[in-house]
Design a protein around this ligand. Sequence first.
Ligand SMILES: Cc1cc2nc3c(=O)[nH]c(=O)nc-3n(C[C@H](O)[C@H](O)[C@H](O)COP(=O)(O)O)c2cc1C
Length: 182
Amino acid sequence: MKIMVIAGSPKAEARTRGIAQYASEVLRELNVDVLYFDVGSDQLPLFTGDATSAENETVKKLSEYAEQADGFFVTTPEYHSGMSGALKNALDFLGGKHFKNKPSAIAAAAGGGKGGMNALTNLRTVLRGVYSLVLPDQFVADPVNFDEGNVLVDELAQTRVHDLATQLKELTELVSVNKAKS
Ligand SMILES: Cc1cc2nc3c(=O)[nH]c(=O)nc-3n(C[C@H](O)[C@H](O)[C@H](O)COP(=O)(O)O)c2cc1C
């Protein structure tokens, strides 16, 4: 089984990456092949709808990973009550062809003080728009959940990401078995 993990922060130093890396570790422990894409280091051009962008190496990597993936673990920072522009730009290169009937788990890094929900609702809406099966459960990390190196160190936060990754693997398995039968 292949799960694409998307780290959705454009920043060089990003807490979102701490969630994506922890989720990747957990998924690998669960014997899942992780396809890791980081919008901060895998820098995409701006989506313009121009067909020639399909020849861009990073766009190719994004769409090849998404095509191969059986499910997705998508992480985003909350910026101004939404997902990052960099993540939305990446998702605009993809569509139902990549996501339809494939499960997704979503998680956000926010500023504390009850932030994060708006970014997740925004991300959930966009993933519904590409027909992904988004898990009802979701997770927000606050700055206190990370160390100075943006590693997710808080045990409760780790447990929540572990739970989400496990649910994602289980649902992806169920969906894959049923796809194989039909
Ligand atoms: C442009 C910008 C807008 C932000 N807006 C929000 C917000 O609306 N709600 C919130 O909880 N935090 C907000 N924050 C704080 C970030 O969500 C928080 O710092 C988060 O950890 C950033 O993740 P990153 O380090 O992966 O980019 C904002 C930060 C930036 C840079």
